[in-house]
Write a protein that binds this ligand. Structure first.
Ligand code: ATP
Length: 307
């Protein structure tokens, strides 16, 4: 089995409302796949279709080589799922709830549960009804990870978590990937996805508008650049260099400011023909790219052949 998830022309309409429109996507075994998109893009719809919690209007989903509709029981044994709207029986203590869920999965060593709750800072003696939203979300994370499933499907897993716990979550994802597990996680937050994902898909209005490896996306991301020279330079020398998006020379002709994508090699070599007194370049972040997709309603699907 090469792909943990295969989606073919997956479409879901809610009456006249579009949830998902003809989504074709493969998630490879062992990869961390970040599934991004604004509110209402169709992320939860996709995830619910994977679990057979809802059924497609058109198209097909295969998960771990299984049909979610026909093989629901086997599938649930082999995956860990965190719902976007995770709810849990408030009458129990955390310990009893997790024990119950562990037994449902055929048994999980208590040591494993203790380790996860310790790392996430979750008190097993607490009554669930008294827990904050973030602490309830931690129960959701523990129950998804505890049986070391082949595939983790996580819908907005960091929702409600403070930054320290978010980092612990990212560590758990990294460890799962090192262990050969596949992770499919949805998020609004490019930064957290960028930190752990191998590939990213960006969904908008039920359609995939970008699909690429994080490395490729980063190569296309924008870097802010500022170069100061000892003597005035001519703007034309720099305007047509590879990767240059915009470059503006200040009135004195000594400071060049602008935006660059990809490698800065050509610009650095051109600048080195002069006496450079200062050079400032920001790290390229995917956040800007992500916002561009959000802003551009008619963005065409993009992918890189090498992905
Ligand atoms: N049960 C439903 N009935 C009608 N419309 C629905 C239903 N569930 C989802 N939708 C619609 O389908 C579209 C996709 O919603 P979905 O919840 O999948 O988005 P999402 O990307 O998960 O958003 P969010 O980040 O806000 O959770 C939205 O327009 C939403 O209003």
């Amino acid at each position: 089995m090469e792909n943990a998830i295969e989606l073919r022309e997956l479409t879901k309409t809610y009456g006249s409302r579009r949830g998902l429109a003809g989504l074709t996507l493969d998630v490879r075994v062992g990869e961390v796949f970040g599934y991004l998109g604004p509110n209402g893009a169709g992320k939860s719809t996709t995830i619910r279709l994977l679990l057979d919690l809802i059924r497609p209007t058109v198209g097909r989903a295969t998960v771990l080589g299984l049909d979610p509709r026909a093989d629901g029981v086997e599938l649930r044994c082999r995956l860990g799922y965190l719902a976007g709207d995770f709810v849990v029986d408030g009458r129990q203590r955390v310990r009893d709830c997790l024990r119950f869920l562990a037994d449902l999965r055929g048994g999980v060593p208590q040591q494993r549960i203790d380790d996860l709750t310790d790392r996430l800072g979750l008190d097993q003696n607490a009554h669930i009804k008294k827990l904050s939203k973030g602490n309830r979300q931690k129960i959701g994370l523990v129950q998804a990870f505890m049986h070391t499933p082949e595939l983790l499907i996580l819908d907005e897993p960091t929702s409600g978590l403070d930054p320290l716990v978010q980092q612990t979550f990212l560590d758990l994802v990294t460890e799962a990937a090192a262990n050969g597990q596949t992770v499919f996680m949805s998020s609004h937050i490019m930064d957290e996805v960028e930190a752990v994902a191998d590939r990213v898909g960006i969904l908008r209005d039920g359609r995939l508008v970008a699909l690429d490896s994080v490395a490729q996306l980063r190569a296309g991301a924008v870097r802010e650049i500022e170069i100061t020279f000892a003597e005035p330079v001519r703007a034309e020398e720099f305007a047509r260099l590879p990767g240059v998006r915009t470059l503006v020379l200040d009135p004195a002709g000594t400071t060049l400011r602008g935006q660059l994508t990809g490698e800065p090699d050509a610009l650095v070599k051109a600048a080195a023909r002069h006496h450079v007194t200062a050079l400032r370049a920001s790290e390229p972040t995917l956040d800007g790219l992500f916002h561009a997709y959000y802003a551009d309603a008619e963005a065409a699907p993009r992918s890189t052949a090498a992905v």
